[in-house]
Design a binder for this molecule. Structure first.
Ligand code: COA
Length: 375
């Protein structure tokens, strides 16, 4: 068995930003338009009027201040409220592959690796741009790999930690020697921007991680000491869009359940204890006291959720250095959140320092990856 290690990570951040104020202005204009267009039905009590959103509520409820998106004009158009992407021919790189390559280049450079050194690509994300061929196979070609294999996987917000376990297991067993795991998250495509309860939640990004044999590392590395995954079925975060859509009566209509839906309060209450228990047991089984951790890189959905999980695991309030958040800038970027936190907040690690990357989300799904800086 070989020791797997993270040798590089990278974040591609889109150039367009939507602040809470901009978002709320667009939503409120949309709500006014909706209420005007449905005035008679609203007056007759057949349709509910759309209430206004509020930037102070958004910050207080989530900790989010802004989000990056690949295209903001379409999202902020009150008559549209979703991104506007250009048509791409089958001969052009798909959008997911394009941003995956950008993040991959940064991670490969940090690892001191060339695409030709990579054996396997895992594209782990909450949504795939098409059914097939797999996004990962296109990314394999776009980065210029010679041989090897690639596949997609989706465990929603936990896709990256589940992807890291797959990569680590492949390195351990020898089925691959150097793995690239990418998380292109175009969440602006699945978010229902017309729903006040969730319109502020998500942002776009892509992260990438290189995992290889520790003995092959060319520079500093994070040995993956252990991984633990858990899933438990829940309908509280759900999206019904899928390949059978056109087969069902009314399937092709503009339906609320074809975008991201959640029971936010239930998710909050149910997921926090599951995550805290899993992290605590995972650390204990590896003879690591919570106080031995230099850092927790948590999934980035909600600040209060992270504060609570951090407190339960540490037995006290963690410091900002122990539990850094990036969600104020990026919002929830689904599976990429904990990897952004890791990538942006790990340079100060000294050999021997310990940390945990932990994700949680739809499924429910939880993933915990314990790492130790080495080399
Ligand atoms: N602007 C103003 N008011 C809003 C609003 C908005 N954008 N969105 C909701 N409200 C209102 C609600 O209608 C509700 O009003 P009511 O009390 O009159 O019914 C009130 O504010 C509270 O709403 P609620 O949904 O209970 O807020 P919350 O404190 O639970 O925060 C979330 C909402 C989504 C931020 C929170 O539940 C959460 O983060 N959950 C974790 C789940 C998660 O992030 N999942 C992502 C996938 S992992």
């Amino acid at each position: 068995m070989y020791q797997p290690a993270i040798t590089g990570s990278g974040v591609f951040t889109p150039s367009e930003i939507i602040t809470n104020d901009e978002l709320v202005a667009a939503f409120n204009a949309h709500a006014d338009l909706f209420n005007q267009q449905n005035a008679d039905a609203i007056a007759a009590g057949e349709v509910e009027a759309k209430p206004q959103s509020n930037a102070d509520f958004i910050f207080a409820a989530s900790g989010i201040e802004q989000r990056y998106v690949l295209e903001k004009e379409g999202v902020l158009d009150p008559a549209r409220m979703y991104p506007r992407f250009r048509e791409r021919s089958d001969d052009e790189p798909s959008l997911m592959a394009e941003i995956a390559v950008k993040a991959a280049k940064i991670a490969l450079e940090q690892a001191g690796r060339d695409a030709r050194d990579i054996d396997a690509v895992i594209c782990a994300a909450s949504n795939m741009e098409r059914a097939y061929p797999a996004m990962a196979v296109e990314i394999q070609q776009e980065i210029g790999m010679e041989g090897g294999f690639a596949f997609d996987m989706n465990v929603a917000c936990s896709s990256a930690t589940f992807g890291l376990q797959q990569a680590a297991d492949m390195i351990r067993s020898g089925s691959a020697r150097t793995v690239l795991m990418v998380n292109p998250e175009i969440t602006s495509g699945h978010l229902e921007w017309r729903d006040r309860d969730c319109h502020f939640i998500f942002g776009d990004v892509c992260t990438a991680v290189v995992v290889e044999r520790a003995e092959d590392a060319k520079g500093a590395r994070f040995d993956i000491l252990d991984t633990r995954l858990l899933t438990q079925f829940s309908n509280n975060i759900r999206n019904n869009n899928g390949f059978l859509r056109r087969t069902r009566p009314h399937g092709m209509e503009d339906r609320r359940d074809m975008q991201f839906m959640q029971e936010g309060r239930k998710v909050f209450k149910q997921v926090v204890p599951i995550v805290a228990e899993l992290m605590t047991a995972h650390l204990a089984d590896n003879d690591i006291a919570p106080g031995d951790l230099k850092r927790m890189w948590l999934h980035q959905a909600n600040k209060s959720m992270n504060d609570l999980i951090g407190k339960k695991v540490m037995g006290r309030e963690p410091t900002r250095e122990e539990q850094p958040n990036i969600l104020q800038d990026y919002a929830n970027t689904s599976s990429a959140g904990s990897i952004i936190a890791f990538s942006k907040h790990s340079d100060d690690f000294e050999p021997g320092d310990l940390g945990v990357i932990c994700s949680f989300g739809a499924g429910y799904s939880v993933g915990s990856v314990i790492v130790r800086r080495a080399g």
